[in-house]
Design a binder for this molecule. Structure first.
Ligand code: IMP
Length: 220
């Protein structure tokens, strides 16, 4: 079996970092977290932001680098919070179209922002029942060469529904509100991290990255 090259990982999110550590470890990839300030997410979708982040971090490291953009997509809210998941509570939105009308950074620390984002989601869904509470976590992971060129992108999705109140203490972001189809209705914050990592959007995309790397052994 050919050994897999070492990958750098661009993320400033400790929750994501823990999951990459566990999943890449299982998949047999050595990786190095990068500490660089996060670039601004200026693209209109997950794919564009994953590409710009991977390019930015790869040039910073001068090495083969992964970066992702992820979000929670709720079809009954026009796809929101989607690409603005991380800053949902700082945005004014139109939930019938999913359009972002304005954004003002509150400067709150990550934990406080996550809490406000969950609260906002529950408020917007308060009158929604049944299928109107369906949701998916989506991620695009991009692999960039040391010069910043994008070599490959992979998408992963995990489906479930949004509960009326948080359950569980693990995970990060919207995990405590997300009852997963593949976790028997338990939230991603209630299950053991290994159970989330076995079925998550991130796991599915990383499996595709690993497959691509095996098919392109010349990429180092
Ligand atoms: P970004 O990819 O840095 O733009 O951030 C995505 C945001 O989506 C995070 O801050 C979380 O709020 C949310 N998110 C993405 N993936 C997950 C996940 O696996 N669990 C819970 N929330 C997530």
């Amino acid at each position: 079996m050919t050994s897999l090259p070492r990958l750098h990982l661009g993320t400033g999110n400790p929750g994501k970092l823990r999951e990459y550590q566990a999943i890449l470890g299982e998949l047999g990839h050595e990786f190095l977290p990068l500490s660089a300030p996060e670039p601004e997410e200026t693209a209109p979708d997950l794919d564009g932001n994953a590409r710009l982040k991977a390019s930015f971090y790869a040039r910073h490291a001068g090495a083969l680098t992964l970066a992702e953009d992820a979000g929670l997509v709720v079809p009954s809210l026009g796809g929101l919070p989607g690409v603005i998941s991380a800053r949902f509570s700082d945005c004014e939105v139109d939930t019938s179209t999913g359009r972002v009308l304005s954004y003002r950074a509150s400067g709150r620390p990550r934990e406080a922002l996550d809490e406000a984002n969950r609260h906002r989601l529950l408020q917007l869904l308060s009158a929604h029942e049944g299928d109107a509470r369906r949701a998916s976590f989506q991620v695009v992971i991009a692999l960039a060469a040391p010069d910043g060129a994008i070599l490959f992108t992979a998408r992963g999705e995990a489906h479930g529904r949004i509960l009326r109140e948080p359950r569980g203490l693990g995970g990060f972001g919207y995990d405590a509100l997300f009852s997963g189809d593949e976790t028997d209705g338990l939230t991603f914050a209630e299950v053991d991290p290994a159970r989330k990592n076995a079925v998550s959007h991130r796991r599915k995309a990383l499996e595709l990255i690993r497959r691509w790397m095996r098919e392109h052994p010349q990429v180092r």
